[in-house]
Design a protein around this ligand. Structure first.
Ligand SMILES: Cc1cc2nc3c(=O)[nH]c(=O)nc-3n(C[C@H](O)[C@H](O)[C@H](O)COP(=O)(O)OP(=O)(O)OC[C@H]3O[C@@H](n4cnc5c(N)ncnc54)[C@H](O)[C@@H]3O)c2cc1C
Ligand code: SF4
Length: 334
């Protein structure tokens, strides 16, 4: 680990003012400490966010949920309102790592965590993502990599919370300091992430080095579920996952949002899959033919690598099951 300056700001303004291209914010540290120890990240300054006031906790308001960026994953998993009305989010948070990781890891850190590609995590591989000239995964070990949204890099987006929150139509609030004033902007979480073609080196979001994610807002939701398949059931990132969110009224599907995780370089929303079941009477939307159509649409354009063809079938199965589950129908265990 390279030496760095350690900063303990007492206010958001102080934290923002200390951030620049040579600094990094630290929330729970679950991801960042690993990067520092493994020589993947080498900031000159680390800005500890942990004791900032006002960035932690869940507020349930009339316009939906307001989630502070420093809220722990365990709190999201266990919160009664989230379990009752935003089930996909509780399930996604509960599926992350181990209880220790969920106690330590935060919402903001989970959304901004860096890729798990082993070439990226190896200090001995200077791949495209780190400013080098080659993507080692292309001809190398690519079992866990992306089948969608790839090129020139092919890592799979690692966050479980991101697909669930996008399915729930969440927005993010971003802060930056301009002189003495703190400025905020907010945007749909679906627009927050960048594919490697949009941004290769640096983060996987549109955050600038002097900005912080401060809040996630989730509007009142319909019925939602998050299903995830992982290699080690005890704790692992998704090989594939699907978040489905349905608004059902009068026996009809008025709105469907379907987002895949673990199979693309960004959380992968599929408008074509959503269209296949939207506007239909519920029984027709849940028919085998319609679910198959939605599942096929969700992976349209997939370009698997040598070792990850299995993700096509896996993602399709998860789409079918997540939609059934969101509609309250029984599904076989994945
Ligand atoms: C063994 C293991 C298993 C795991 N399994 C899973 C899993 O199954 N699913 C899953 O989704 N994740 C998994 N993770 C990842 C884990 O969930 C994340 O590493 C964790 O959520 C990061 O949160 P943190 O608060 O510790 O972030 P940190 O490590 O503090 O930060 C992570 C990154 O985000 C940046 N950052 C943090 N907060 C902000 C903010 N508010 N604004 C802007 N930038 C910010 C940091 O600079 C850093 O680059 C696993 C991790 C481990 C070690
Ligand atoms: S997939 Fe991305 S992170 Fe992995 S080796 Fe290729 S460029 Fe690097």
């Amino acid at each position: 680990m390279r030496n760095f300056e350690w900063l303990e700001p007492r206010t958001l303004e102080e934290a923002l003012a200390a951030l620049d291209a040579r600094s990094m914010p630290l929330a729970g540290g679950v991801d960042l400490l690993g990067e520092l120890k493994d020589h993947i990240a080498a900031p000159a300054r680390v800005v500890n966010l942990k004791s900032l006031p006002g960035l932690r906790g869940v507020r349930a308001e009339r316009d939906g949920l307001h989630l502070g960026a420093l809220t722990s994953l365990a709190e999201l998993e266990e919160h009664a309102e989230i379990q009752r009305h935003y089930r996909a989010l509780a399930e996604a948070a509960g599926s992350v790592g181990t209880p220790q990781i969920r106690n330590q890891g935060t919402l903001g850190g989970n959304l901004c965590q860096r890729p798990r590609c082993w070439y990226y995590r190896s200090e001995f591989h200077q791949c495209l993502k780190k400013g080098g000239g080659i993507c080692y995964a292309l001809a190398g070990e690519n079992k866990y990599h992306a089948i969608l949204g790839g090129g020139p890099a092919f890592y799979a987006h690692p966050s479980d919370l991101a697909p669930a929150l996008i399915a729930l139509d969440a927005r993010v609030r971003i802060a930056r300091q301009e002189g003495r004033r703190t400025q905020y902007r907010s945007l749909a979480l679906s627009e927050f992430f960048r594919t490697p073609a949009q941004r290769l080196v640096g983060g996987e979001t549109l955050l600038q080095p002097h900005e912080l994610l401060v809040e996630v807002m989730v509007p009142p939701a319909g019925e939602s579920r998050y299903l995830k398949f992982r290699e080690r059931p005890s704790h692992d990132w998704a090989m594939a996952a699907c978040a489905a969110h349905l608004r059902i009224a009068g026996g009809r599907v008025h709105e469907a949002r379907i987002v895949l995780g673990g199979v693309a370089t960004v959380p992968w929303r599929s408008p074509a899959a959503e269209k296949a079941i939207t506007g239909l009477p519920l029984e027709e939307a849940l028919s085998e033919a319609r679910l198959k159509q939605a599942a096929q649409a969700a992976v349209e354009g997939a370009q698997p690598l040598r070792q990850n063809w299995y993700k096509i079938t896996l993602a399709q199965t998860l789409v079918r099951r997540a939609v059934l589950a969101a509609a309250g129908r029984p599904i076989p265990e994945v």
